[in-house]
Structures are given as C-alpha cells and as structure tokens.
Design a protein around this ligand. Structure first.
Ligand SMILES: [Fe+2]
Ligand SMILES: [Fe+2]
Length: 243
C-alpha cells in the first residue's frame, strides 16, 4: 500500500494531480483533479465553498492560478461548481473557459460566474489543447444529471468520470482498496436512475482503452480494476429498479 499524505496534492500520473479536501467526518469524498499540460492547466470538478481553502492551497502549491485555462464542470452540482465564482476571481484571466454541456450551463450560470463557456455539445464533444492534446467528452445524461459529461484524455488513457464510478465509503482511500468494487454500490443505488441507463454507458466504455478512472467521489480505479468496475456497474440494479 502506498503511504499517502492527504494534506497535500497527490500525483496520480506525472501530469495529473488530486487536489481534494479529505473530510474524515463524511462518507462522501470529493475529488478535484488538475491536468497540467504544456500550455494549458485544466481543473476538473473544482468543488465546493467549504472545501475551497484547502483545494486552492493545493492548487497554488502546484501552479500559478493564472496558468489555469480551462475548468471542466461535469455537471452543475454544488460539490462541483460551488466554488466557481471565487475560483475565477483568484485565476483572474479573461480567457478562462468553463467547459460543460448546455444542459448544465443553464444552471451553472446561477452560481454567478463571469467566465465564458465552452459548450461541449456545440464543439463535437471534443477539445484540442494548445499542445495538440485531444480530450473527448462522453455525454452521460441522467448519470446522474441531464447534462452530465465524462472526459477522456486520449494521451494518458484516463477517464475523468464525474459521479459515475463514485462511492460512499467509511474507509476511504484515494486508490481503490479492499472494499472495491462493493464500495460503489450504495452511491449508484441512490443517485443513478436505473440499470438500463448505467449499463448503456458501461457498454460504450468497453470499447475505450482506459488505464485509469478518476471519479469525482470515491477512489481512483486503475489497471485490471477498470474492467472489473465496468462489469460490476453493468450488472448493478439502482434507482427506480429498487423502488
Ligand atoms: Fe452530482
Ligand atoms: Fe458529485
């Protein structure tokens, strides 16, 4: 087992970092991630107001805030977008863009953000960074939000999966441990609509070359655990299946 210092950012790869707040009093852990590319720094699901001081300290330890060029908001929930308005003040960059689906952007505006939006659905569900690196967005409606997206980085074969593959966990660790994959069950049973919608996305992922999944809750899933996780959720009843 790796010994991890949750008081500081944690490297997942040489260019992807976890910058979350480890809340020992909660089963729900939120995972914001930085992707540091050559001329762009991307911030995935930056998080809430209560977590902001710790998250921002970790970001500043890694980069100058003015280097952040793109914020990816997988959907409009407060655990993802609550700190957007203060974050963009700290970044203070007129060309900062918030990347999201239009179905989410309608609600994200209500956080009082000033930045421009990059509507993934108007851009062929793709974005190319200044370096030429390509990111692809998977539209995952109702998992769990009507505008939810996941982001796939072709270069590192990483899926930033948002709430999908999330977990509620009493015994949390950043990397999936002994309670995997069962730790994902109760979160999906409570927050995902049903097996049919979840299964459809799992079947899409079976054709994607994924080395690691970085969910916004729960734990990072790597290597052979990726296929185990996909198979597990493919067969999980949830939401209205259980009513
Ligand atoms: Fe959510
Ligand atoms: Fe969430």
């Amino acid at each position: 087992m790796r010994e991890l210092d949750y008081n500081n950012s944690i490297a997942i790869t040489r260019e992807i970092y976890w910058v979350g707040f480890y809340d020992e009093t909660s089963k729900l852990h939120c995972n914001p991630y930085l992707l540091i590319d050559e001329d762009d720094v991307l911030f995935f699901d930056p998080g809430s107001i209560p977590h902001f001081p710790v998250i921002m300290r970790k970001v500043i330890d890694m980069v100058n805030p003015s280097e952040l060029s793109l914020i990816i908001a997988s959907h409009q929930d407060p655990d993802i977008c609550g700190n957007l308005a203060v974050l963009e003040d700290v970044i203070s960059r007129s060309d900062l863009k918030i990347v999201a689906h239009t179905n989410s952007i309608r609600f994200i505006r209500h956080y009082g953000v000033q930045s421009g939006f990059y509507h993934v659905n108007d851009n062929d569900f793709k974005i190319e960074l200044k370096s030429g690196r390509k990111l692809e967005f998977f539209f995952t409606p109702y998992l769990h939000s009507p505008g939810a997206i996941a982001t796939y980085d072709h270069q590192s074969k990483t899926l930033f999966s948002s709430d999908i593959f999330g977990a509620l966990d009493d015994n949390w660790s950043l990397f999936a441990g002994s309670n995997f994959p069962k730790a994902m069950d109760s979160f999906h049973q409570q927050y995902m609509p049903n097996n049919a919608v979840l299964r459809k996305f799992m079947e899409r992922l079976e054709n994607v070359d994924i080395e690691r999944i970085l969910p916004q809750h729960g734990s990072v899933i790597e290597g052979p655990k990726v296929q185990l996780a996909i198979n597990h959720l493919k067969n999980l009843s949830c939401g209205i299946d259980l009513m």
